[in-house]
Design a protein around this ligand. Structure first.
Ligand SMILES: Nc1nc2c(ncn2[C@@H]2O[C@H](COP(=O)(O)OP(=O)(O)O)[C@@H](O)[C@H]2O)c(=O)[nH]1
Ligand SMILES: [Mg+2]
Length: 361
């Protein structure tokens, strides 16, 4: 799937750059362009990709702090300039736009849904948001911001590809080290997903190779989507890899998803990446039908991604996912935080009791 990436805010810019590097280093050529947009000049100076500084008249290049309403306002006012900076990248080849942002901050949290809305108005191709949830340990303002942003993005974007900053957390790491590792996980999963429709097929397996339209159809239900991933060393004989493909797919879903504990979904896509000689058709079909049972979806697609490797990887994309315990836990944190960060006022008790968070705009 040929994509144009737009990172909004600090996390958005860093993850966008990692995704672009991943694609470039492997010659996948799925990423058609990558731009980082921010209100903070210093964050943009850390990056090697094209950048656009917005909100200069209001925040003078110093960022919006944690004010995601201001982030949304600035983006609404300057969306035209941002879209101009994209012009060279948004070729007729692009099949989707992916806006990348951490949902807990200010610029990305407010800017991503505002940009999604503006781009959907203008472009015919799908506009997805790759959104990152703050970890449990982050402060109340991050939780509250992310709750409102999540709700608004889910409404504005064609699909919200959700990543949980706690998903791959290892013990004893500093926050910064942790981010590097998480960004690597994100790049691997999303990088492979974007590339999976792009690899020119080895002739004999051409009909089983995943196509961009299958990614787009899997994301069609809208709402939230998650990706799972796992890999294992494979036997040289395809016939020996039937169980390996099913167990790797199980690991991808049950222990490797970008938001833990998500299982129920409207749609699914299983991409089995590996040497075509090692990929067992029977294994892929079994794994695909296991995914149908497990997700309760009657619409699970499956296909291959031919790459040279001794390993076989399973990439699972779930579209229109049901709220998992983990997502409900996050929403509860966000509601509590929203209540505790509001000084007072008539909304206080309402916000606490009501299942809904406030929209950002
Ligand atoms: N995965 C990941 N998350 C990050 C990174 N940097 C910041 N975050 C998260 O992104 C959220 C927003 O922070 P930031 O991007 O700095 O805010 P913004 O610049 O105002 O959009 C925070 O809740 C952090 O958890 C990063 O490099 N990787
Ligand atoms: Mg920051």
């Amino acid at each position: 799937m040929k994509v144009v990436l737009i990172g909004v805010g600090q996390a958005g810019g860093k993850v966008t750059q990692r995704l672009a590097e991943f694609d470039f280093n492997r010659d996948f050529d799925a990423v058609q362009g990558a731009v980082a947009v921010n209100t903070a000049r210093a964050d943009l100076q850390q990056l090697d990709i094209d950048t656009a500084l917005i909100g200069q008249d209001r925040v003078k290049g110093h960022g919006v702090g944690g004010d995601n309403e201001l982030g949304a306002e600035i983006m609404q006012d300057e969306a035209t300039e941002v879209l101009d900076s994209l012009e060279n990248h948004l070729t007729s080849e692009a099949e989707a736009v992916v806006i990348v942002a951490g949902l807990g901050g200010g610029t990305g949290s407010g800017g991503a849904p505002a940009l999604a809305r503006e781009m959907k108005r203008i472009y015919d191709i799908p506009v997805y948001v790759l959104g990152i949830l703050p970890g449990r340990d982050e402060g109340a303002i991050y939780q509250a911001n992310a709750g409102r942003s999540l709700k608004t993005v889910a409404r504005e974007a064609d699909s919200l590809l959700l990543i949980d900053n706690d998903a791959w957390r290892s013990a004893g790491e500093s926050v910064e080290e942790g981010f590097e590792e998480i960004n690597e996980h994100i790049a691997q999963r999303l990088g492979l997903l974007f590339a999976s429709g792009e690899v020119s097929a080895v002739d004999q397996v051409a009909e089983s190779v995943v196509d961009s339209s299958e990614v787009i159809n899997t994301l069609r239900p809208g709402g939230m989507a998650v990706v799972g991933y796992a890999s294992a060393e494979a036997d040289e004989e395809a016939g020996e890899n039937v169980n390996l493909i099913t167990s790797t797919t199980r690991n991808a879903l049950l222990t490797g998803t970008s938001v833990p504990q998500v299982v129920q979904a409207r749609t699914g896509l299983l991409v089995v990446a590996g040497d075509p000689e090692r990929i067992s058709r029977k294994g892929v079909e079994r794994a695909r039908s296991w995914l149908e049972d497990e997700t309760g979806s009657m619409e699970v697609r499956g296909g291959d991604f031919p790459v040279e490797s001794d390993r076989i990887a399973a990439l699972v994309l779930l579209g229109g996912v049901e709220r998992s315990n983990r997502i409900n836990e996050f929403l509860e944190r966000a509601r509590e935080a929203q209540t505790s960060t509001e000084e007072s006022g008539p909304d206080r008790t309402d916000a606490f009791q009501n299942d809904d968070l406030e929209d950002l705009f």
